[in-house]
Write a protein that binds this ligand. Structure first.
Ligand code: FES
Length: 280
C-alpha cells in the first residue's frame, strides 16, 4: 500500500480550517471496560485477542469526552508518569514537545474506557516551512485496503467533515493495532522507529512512530489517509480516516478519533465510534 502513496503537502497559503469551534452535537458514549495491565501483559507475550484486553468493569470511566493519561507501569520513564488518569491538556503536550528535537510529543491515554494514543505535532508552526527532517507537519494522502485496492484520499472525508482535520496539532488515534489488536504506544520501547526524530513522506524513515510491540507494526501519526477495515461483529466493511501503517504486519492504518480542545483540555469526539469495531 505504501508504494503508490502520494502526499499532498499543505500549501504555503493554505488557510486553516476551523475546527476548534465545532459543536459536539451527539454525546452517545461508548462504554468498553478496559484493563490495560492485562493488555500490556498480553502484548508482551505477543499473542492477543481483543477479548483478552477489553474486560467488563475495567477502569476508564465513561460519559466524559476528556482524554486521560494512562501511565500505569510507566510512572518512572514516561514524561506523563505522574499524571495517571489526569485529563490531558494541550499546553502539557506543547511544553513537552518544546523539549524535543522534533517538536513532537505523545502519550498513552484512555478515553471512554478505550485505549488511545495522543500525539502533538507542530503543524501550524511548520506547515509553511521547507519540508525537511525534523520539521514535522501533517501529510494527507491516499490509502488502500488490506488487499492493496485503492480506497480514497484522506481529504475525501475531511472535506466533507472538517472536524477530521487536526488543526490544533493534536491527533488522537485508537489504541488497537489492526493486526491482532495489541496496544501500540508512543516510545514504549527504544529503537529507530521510536526515537525523537521526524522525516517527511510517511515512510519508514525517521522515528516518532507509534509502535506495536507484539509484531513490530509501525504507524506514522503525521501521515493521514483513507483506509478500509471490517466490523468483526457483523462482517461489514467501513472506510475511515486513519494514520498510515508504514511497516510491519498490520494490514491497514489505525483510525483517528477527532479531537476537540475544550478550555485547554483534549477531548475526543464520538462521531465515528463505528471505526473502532474491528477488534470487537
Ligand atoms: S498486534 Fe501484531 S503488530 Fe500489532
Amino acid at each position: 500500500m505504501g508504494k503508490n502513496f502520494e502526499f499532498k503537502i499543505p500549501g504555503k497559503n493554505e488557510s486553516s480550517k476551523e475546527i476548534l469551534g465545532s459543536v459536539i452535537d451527539r454525546r452517545q458514549f461508548i462504554r468498553y471496560g478496559f484493563n490495560t495491565a492485562a493488555g500490556v501483559l498480553a502484548a508482551t507475550f505477543g499473542v492477543i485477542g481483543f477479548a483478552a484486553i477489553l474486560m467488563p468493569g475495567g477502569g476508564g470511566g465513561g460519559g466524559d469526552l476528556a482524554v486521560k493519561y494512562w501511565a500505569k507501569g510507566r510512572e518512572d520513564d514516561a514524561w506523563y508518569g505522574s499524571k495517571h488518569l489526569q485529563e490531558m491538556k494541550l499546553d502539557e503536550f506543547t511544553a513537552e514537545a518544546a523539549k524535543s528535537v522534533s517538536g513532537m510529543a505523545g502519550a498513552s491515554g484512555i478515553w471512554n474506557g478505550v485505549p488511545v494514543n495522543v500525539v502533538y505535532t507542530p503543524h501550524q508552526e511548520n506547515k509553511s516551512k521547507a519540508l525537511e527532517i525534523n520539521v514535522p507537519r501533517y501529510q494527507f494522502g491516499e490509502g488502500y485496503d488490506a488487499t492493496g485496492k485503492y480506497v480514497g484520499h484522506f481529504e475525501d472525508l475531511s472535506e466533507q467533515d472538517p472536524i477530521l482535520n487536526p488543526e490544533s496539532g493534536v491527533l488522537i488515534s485508537f489504541g488497537r493495532c489492526p493486526h491482532l489488536c495489541c496496544i501500540p504506544g508512543w516510545q514504549l520501547v527504544s529503537n529507530n522507529f521510536t526515537e525523537d526524530s521526524w522525516a517527511p513522506g510517511g515512510t519508514e524513515e525517521g522515528g516518532n512512530k507509534l509502535f506495536c510491540i507484539c509484531h513490530s507494526s509501525r504507524f506514522d501519526p503525521t501521515a493521514l489517509e483513507l483506509n478500509e477495515n471490517r466490523n468483526r461483529a457483523n462482517g461489514q466493511t467501513f472506510t475511515y480516516a486513519g494514520i498510515k501503517k508504514v511497516g510491519g504486519p498490520a494490514p491497514v492504518g489505525i483510525p483517528m478519533i477527532p479531537a476537540y480542545i475544550n478550555g485547554g483540555v483534549i477531548e475526543g469526539m464520538i462521531d465515528y465510534i463505528d471505526w473502532l469495531t474491528y477488534c470487537d
